[in-house]
Design a protein around this ligand. Structure first.
Ligand SMILES: [Zn+2]
Length: 96
C-alpha cells in the first residue's frame, strides 16, 4: 500500500496509526503528520476513508442500540400526542 512517492511520514507508519488516529489515541503532532500525509498520498487516503467509514458505521449502530428504547418511547409519545390532537379537533369539528 504505497503510491511510490517518498513522504515525510512512511505509508506503513500512517496505516498502522490509522486506528489510533480514528480513536483519537494519538498526540496532536502525529495526528497532524497523518493528516498531512493523507493530503499527498491517495492510496493511504482511500484506505483511511474505508477505515473511517467502518468506524462511523460501528459508532452509529452502537448509538442506535443504546438509544433505541428512549427513541421508541419518544416516538410513541409524539404519536400519542398527534393522535390526541387529531381526536380533539375531530370531536370539535363534529360538535360545531
Ligand atoms: Zn501513503
Amino acid at each position: 500500500m504505497s503510491c511510490g512517492n517518498p513522504h515525510e511520514t512512511d505509508c506503513r507508519t500512517v496505516l498502522e496509526t490509522v486506528y489510533s488516529y480514528l480513536d483519537g489515541e494519538i498526540d496532536h503532532e502525529m495526528r497532524h503528520r497523518i493528516a498531512h500525509h493523507l493530503t499527498e498520498c491517495a492510496p493511504c487516503l482511500s484506505q483511511f476513508e474505508i477505515e473511517e467509514l467502518v468506524k462511523a458505521l460501528v459508532r452509529r449502530s452502537c448509538t442506535a442500540t443504546t438509544c433505541s428504547g428512549e427513541i421508541k418511547e419518544r416516538i410513541m409519545a409524539s404519536i400519542q400526542a398527534a393522535r390526541t390532537g387529531v381526536q380533539t379537533s375531530t370531536a370539535e369539528g363534529l360538535t360545531s
